[in-house]
Design a protein around this ligand. Structure first.
Ligand code: GTP
Length: 598
């Protein structure tokens, strides 16, 4: 189909505002999927996604739509994830579009992510089609939402289309608006092949499948293509579009969104953001690339049973093939044995990977407390990056430590503003801007250290605002901070699984809490055990576990022989799981309990 009849667009929205439901309605209305093929929430294909109600991977879909003007258009819909951790995927999908539907739940109004996503879309100069969804709900207030569009987002209210994705209201109006308002792709005059790889997945049978948006030229089977980043050339085995199933086509032309299979064996060959061109007539320069994705949160992942190490390694490799944002490298710990240091985009990403290890690969894993990346300038003048407390240079070698910052947008009911400001302060942050959204809500723009929002910030904000608050964040550079490494000593032995990098002012409180927790989980020994939190040789908090007084085995008497044997076996197993630290044995469960509770 001709380039001028193509429309590429995305749907952007705050989580749960109805993006997936609308995508499904568009597919039904355009008969892209038949009733028989129809499955509830078709685009959220992965189990985990469905369960958590979030979209993780972007799935492009090609639809044919005959508009009221009698012309049939090809509409390529690029789905985008809704969660903050995945905003890099949103940006990638948007770069392949000319327009975006901005969905707002008419009962909820504009939310923090609506803002953040709109900023991304406007940054790419996309045409915005505002849709007010869920007008079927009694609480829907279309006029108020229109006012918010004008006041907060500076979008003309008359552009908004009221809709109910659930009940199929407004669907045709939305399709007409896409055809009328979203511009057709414009091809580069030299017509040389330029396609951007915006995603790639690995398929065990077909190898790497690259999702591409063609900006100019044509790509077809048996053509020799070249990738800019590596300079490697390949023969195209197949090209096609998603309907939403992969459907082979003879060629993809300028403006098309589809897939290319070209005998690539590993996902790093098709780097996301790379430009694909013709090997014989290459375009002179690459398309503007996407930013390289940097993991921001790190944590160790260890098998609970050390014999699962190889299995875990294989599982990690498989996960990485389909998730370029996930990184891992091997590491070992005295307490936890052999495992991996893993990098994630954020906490949700980390949770998803852990869940997938459990579910898809049947791995029982334990993860260490998440940490961020610090930049350290040593007194020698050398700069180092530290993603693991064990690698922090000695205090006397450190000139300055800088920690990653985030800019957080918080949208909350006005009555909680005092509580929220207190929470931001407790987390070492500043409120830099306050704006009234409507008669009930305010938006706070804050700057906070990333490490402080990692664990419970979102949960506390949610419970503080009774679930009405929403947040989004973007990375905001590095800032010098008084960070120190805190070690935990158990019977004078440091246990590195519990070492963390904390802010000096918070170290004592944190050390006290951790020492107390350890006191609860470490069993009594035959002697007194001291648990100490220690910074650079100085003890900042300590607890004691008193000595065991009576012989617990004295209670075991009588019973039949099989029961006794069972008990003995159980005991033996228990012993194996104990980790010896100097004179103290710590059961593996103690690590699991402490690390899991954060
Ligand atoms: P993420 O993928 O998690 O970002 O969510 P989403 O924006 O794709 O939202 P989704 O389509 O999953 O919808 C969220 C919830 O809202 C679901 O329970 C839908 O059934 C419901 N929903 C979507 N559209 C409408 C609507 O027009 N009216 C009503 N009443 N409910 C809707």
């Amino acid at each position: 189909m001709a380039t001028e009849l193509t429309r590429n667009f995305s749907i952007i929205a705050h989580i749960d505002h109805g993006k997936t439901t609308l995508s499904d309605r568009l597919l039904e209305f355009t008969q892209t999927i038949s009733e028989r093929e129809k499955q509830d929430q078709l685009l959220d294909a992965m189990d985990l996604e469905r369960e958590k109600g979030i979209t993780i991977k972007s799935h492009p879909v090609a639809m044919q739509y005959t508009a009221k003007d009698g012309v049939t258009y090809r509409l390529n819909l690029l789905d985008t994830p809704g969660h903050v951790d995945f905003s890099y995927e949103v940006a990638r999908s948007l770069a392949a579009c000319e327009g975006a539907i901005l969905m707002v739940d008419a009962a909820q109004g504009v939310e923090a992510q609506t803002m953040a996503n709109l900023h991304l879309a406007m940054g790419q100069n996309l045409i915005i089609i505002p849709v007010l969804n869920k007008i079927d709900l009694p609480a829907a207030d279309v006029d108020k939402c229109k006012q918010q569009l004008e006041d907060i987002l500076a979008i003309p209210a008359e552009d908004a289309i009221p809709a109910s994705a659930k009940n199929g209201i407004g669907i045709e109006e939305i399709l007409e608006a896409v055809v009328a308002r979203v511009p057709a792709p414009i091809e580069n005059e030299d017509k040389l092949l330029r396609a951007s790889v915006f995603d790639s997945v690995y398929d065990a049978y077909r190898g790497v499948i690259s999702y591409v948006r063609v900006f100019s030229g044509t790509i077809r089977k048996r053509q020799r293509i070249k990738l800019f980043a590596t300079g490697k050339t390949y023969e195209v085995k197949e090209v096609g579009v998603f309907t939403p199933k992969m459907t082979e086509r003879d060629e993809l032309i300028a403006g098309d969104v589809g897939y290319v299979i070209a005998n690539m064996k590993s996902a790093d060959e098709a780097k996301i953001g790379d430009t694909l061109t013709d090997a014989t007539h290459p375009c002179p320069e690459a398309l503007p690339g996407y930013k390289e994705i940097q993991p921001m949160v790190f944590s160790g992942i260890y098998p609970v049973d050390s014999s699962d190490y190889e299995g875990l390694k294989t599982a990690m490799g498989k996960l990485q093939i389909n998730d370029a944002a996930f990184s891992y490298s091997s590491e070992s710990s005295t307490a936890l044995g052999f495992g991996f240091r893993c990098g994630f985009l954020g906490l949700l990403h980390m949770e998803i990977i852990q869940e997938r290890l459990r579910r898809e690969f049947n791995m029982d894993v334990i993860s260490t407390y998440p940490s961020v990346i610090y930049e350290v300038t040593k007194t020698s003048g050398e700069d180092v990056i530290v993603d693991n407390p064990s690698f922090l240079p000695e205090p006397q070698e450190i000139q300055e430590i800088r920690e990653p910052m985030v800019k957080v947008y918080l949208m909350i009911p006005g009555e909680y503003i005092g509580d929220m400001m207190a929470l931001v302060m407790e987390k070492r942050g500043d409120v830099v801007h306050t704006e009234t959204i409507d008669d009930t809500r305010v938006m706070l723009t804050c700057e906070l250290p990333l490490s402080e929002i990692l664990v419970d910030f979102n949960d506390r904000m949610k419970s503080m605002t009774r679930g009405y608050g929403s947040m989004d964040y973007e990375h905001h550079g590095y800032r010098p901070a008084k960070m120190v490494k805190m070690d935990m000593l158990i019977a004078s032995e440091p246990v590195e699984a519990f070492s963390t990098i904390v802010h000096r002012d918070k170290a004592e409180g944190y050390g006290r809490a951790l020492a107390l927790k350890l006191k609860e989980v470490i069993p009594q020994q035959l002697f007194v055990v001291a648990i100490q939190a220690c910074i650079g040789g100085k003890i900042v908090a300590s607890e004691r576990i008193s000595a065991m007084r009576k012989n617990v085995t004295a209670k075991c008497y009588g019973g039949d022989i099989t029961r006794k044997r069972k008990l003995l076996e159980k005991q033996k197993k228990g012993k194996e799981k104990m980790k010896q630290f100097g004179k103290v044995s710590i059961p593996q469960e103690a690590f699991i309990k402490v690390l899991k509770s954060g």
